[in-house]
Design a protein around this ligand. Structure first.
Ligand code: KIV
Ligand code: ZN
Length: 498
C-alpha cells in the first residue's frame, strides 16, 4: 500500500494566520496533540522570529515526541545557526526562486541564490541534521532555474525537496507535472509539496501531487495559515485514503478532537461548512436526506462520521420530514403517536417558513405542547450564588440535583457568567465531560432591564451535541438555564446511559 508522509506546519505557517499568536505552553499542547494524531514531522516554528519562538521550538524538540521536529530557517547564517542550535532533527531551509521574489524582496541574483542554497544546505548536513529545502514561490519560478535550485540543494545534502505554492497559484496539473520532473531529473531524494489555498485548490493540488509520486505534503490542522490558509491535513489524509487508497500515518479517529483543540487555542473558528470538521459536515435537515440516512447512512454521507471521531446530527427545520423529526424525538426520549408526529412536523415547518432556526429547544417545546408531556429533567439547579464586583474574582457556587444525587462545586471565571458555566461543568465532572461549543447573548429589548436571549451549544466527549436557548431578564440566570437545558438534552441523547 503506498504511503504519504505528513509535515504539520500548524505551529509555523498556521501561526502566521493574521491575529494568531500562541504561547509556548499552547504550542507544546498542540505539538503533543498532532504527534498523537500521527503526523511524521512537526514544524515547530521559525526560531529567528523571537526569543520565545526559539525557546518553544527547543522545548518541543526535547519532548521526545513520536514525530520528528523541524525548524524553519532562511538560507542565511543567523537563521540556520539558530535553527541548528534548537536541537531539532530537521532544518527546513528556504529561499525564493521566482524572479519577482528575487528582484523585489531578496535583491539577489540567481547565482547568489544558488550559492546560498548550497552553502546553508551543506552547513546543516555537516552538523548531522536532515535538510529539507523549499523553493519559495516554486510555482511562479522559471522552470529551468527552479530545477537548478533543487539540484543545488540535493547536491549539498537536502533529502527532501519541497515545491512551495506560496501564493496558491498552481493547478493540479502543474503540481503533478513538477513532481514528475523532479523525480525524473533528481532521483534518490524525496519530493514534498506545500500548497496554499488562495484559489481554493490546495487540497486538489496536494492530492494531485501525491498521486503523481510526491512523498510528503505540508499542511495545517483546519487549514489555517497565511491569507486563505494552507492545505488542511485532515482533508488530504482522508481524501488520499478514500479516493486513492493511499495511506498516511494519521489516526483518523483523532481528527476531530485535534481540530477542536487547534480551534480553541488559535481562536480561528472553523466555518460551519468546512469539510470533515465543520459543524455542518455531518448535519442533516432535509427530509429526503434524513430519510435516506436513516435507512442507510451511505446514501448522503461519504464516510461515517465516527471514522473521524464525530457523530451525525439532524436538525428540525422547514426542509425536515417526519422520519428525521421522529428520530430526533426518539433520541430526546419523547413518546408520540403518528397523529402527534404529524402535528409536530407541521409546527416545525411553520416556524421554518417564518425564517426561524428550529433548535433542539424549540423542537422540545413543540413536542411537549403537542404530546402534553413535559420533557424529563435529569439535571436541575438546587441552589446557586454568584458574586462579582470591584477587586473581587467573579465566583459562583452551585448545587445541582442529578438522578437523586446532589452535586456541588465552585468556580471562578472572567465574569459571573463564565464562573457559573464553569461551576456547572465542574459539578458534573466525573459524570459527563462537557464542552461549551457555542455561547451567544442578544438583548431582545432596549434598556437596562432588557431581556437577554442566551443560546448555547454543548457537546460531550462522544460527540453528542445539543443546543438550547433561554430568554430572561437576568443574564447570569438565563445563561445557567440555557446551559442546564442543553445538558438535559445531551443526557437524553446519550440514552440516559449515565
Ligand atoms: O508558503 C511558503 O512558501 C512557505 C515557505 C516557508 C515554504 O511557507
Ligand atoms: Zn507557506
Amino acid at each position: 500500500m503506498p504511503r504519504a508522509y505528513v509535515l504539520d506546519t500548524t505551529l509555523r505557517d498556521g501561526e502566521q494566520t493574521p491575529g494568531v499568536s500562541l504561547t509556548s505552553e499552547e504550542k507544546i499542547e498542540i505539538a503533543k496533540k498532532v504527534s498523537e494524531l500521527g503526523v511524521d514531522v512537526i514544524e515547530a516554528g521559525f526560531p529567528i522570529s523571537s526569543e520565545g519562538e526559539y525557546q518553544a521550538v527547543k522545548k518541543i524538540a526535547s519532548l521526545g515526541l513520536g514525530s520528528k521536529v523541524a525548524a524553519l530557517a532562511r538560507a542565511s547564517r543567523k537563521d540556520v545557526e539558530l535553527a541548528v542550535s534548537a536541537g531539532v532533527q530537521r532544518v527546513h531551509l528556504f529561499i525564493a526562486t521566482s524572479d519577482i521574489h528575487m528582484k523585489y524582496k531578496l535583491n539577489m541574483t540567481r547565482e547568489e541564490v544558488l550559492n546560498a542554497i548550497s552553502e546553508w544546505a551543506a552547513y546543516v548536513r555537516d552538523r548531522g541534521l536532515e535538510v529539507e529545502f523549499s523553493a519559495e514561490d516554486s510555482t511562479r519560478s522559471d522552470r529551468a532555474f527552479l530545477m537548478q535550485a533543487f539540484k543545488a540543494a540535493a547536491g549539498s545534502g537536502a533529502k527532501m525537496l519541497d515545491i512551495a505554492d506560496t501564493v496558491g497559484f498552481a493547478s493540479p496539473q502543474l503540481m503533478a507535472d513538477l513532481v514528475v520532473q523532479i523525480k525524473k531529473e533528481i532521483p534518490g531524494v524525496g519530493v514534498s509539496v506545500h500548497c496554499h489555498n488562495d484559489f481554493g485548490l490546495a487540497t486538489a493540488n496536494t492530492l494531485s501531487a501525491i498521486v503523481a509520486g510526491a512523498d510528503q505534503f505540508h499542511g495545517t490542522i483546519n487549514g489555517i495559515g497565511e491569507r486563505a490558509g494552507n492545505v488542511s491535513i485532515e482533508e488530504v489524509a482522508v481524501g488520499l485514503k478514500m479516493l486513492y487508497g493511499i495511506e498516511t500515518g494519521i489516526k483518523f479517529e483523532k481528527i476531530y478532537e485535534t481540530s477542536k483543540l487547534v480551534e480553541k487555542l488559535t481562536g480561528v473558528q472553523v466555518s460551519k461548512n468546512k469539510p470533515l470538521v465543520g459543524d455542518n459536515a455531518f448535519g442533516h435537515e432535509s427530509g429526503i436526506h434524513t430519510h435516506g440516512i436513516l435507512s442507510n447512512p451511505l446514501t448522503y454521507e461519504p464516510i461515517s462520521p465516527e471514522l473521524i471521531g464525530r457523530k451525525r446530527w439532524f436538525m428540525a427545520g422547514k426542509h425536515a420530514g417526519s422520519h428525521g423529526i421522529a428520530a430526533m424525538l426518539k433520541e430526546m426520549g419523547v413518546q408520540f403517536s403518528d397523529k402527534q408526529l404529524n402535528e409536530i412536523v407541521n409546527q416545525v415547518k411553520a416556524l421554518g417558513d417564518k425564517g426561524k432556526q428550529v433548535t433542539d429547544a424549540d423542537l422540545y417545546a413543540i413536542a411537549s405542547s403537542v404530546t402534553g408531556s413535559s420533557p424529563k429533567k435529569l439535571v436541575d439547579v438546587g441552589g446557586m450564588v454568584s458574586v462579582t464586583g470591584v477587586n473581587v474574582l467573579p465566583t459562583t457556587s452551585i448545587r445541582l440535583s442529578f438522578n437523586e444525587k446532589v452535586l456541588e462545586s465552585s468556580s471562578t471565571g472572567i465574569g459571573p457568567v463564565d464562573a457559573s458555566l464553569k461551576a456547572i461543568q465542574k459539578a458534573l465532572e466525573g459524570t459527563v465531560t462537557l464542552y461549551l461549543r457555542e455561547y451567544s447573548i442578544q438583548a431582545v429589548t432596549g434598556g437596562s432591564d432588557s431581556l437577554a436571549q442566551v443560546s448555547v451549544k454543548v457537546e460531550d466527549e462522544a460527540g453528542h451535541v445539543a443546543s438550547s436557548t433561554f430568554t430572561g431578564s437576568d443574564i447570569v440566570m438565563s445563561s445557567v438555564e440555557a446551559m442546564i437545558d442543553g445538558i438535559n438534552k445531551l443526557l437524553l441523547k446519550r440514552g440516559n446511559s449515565l
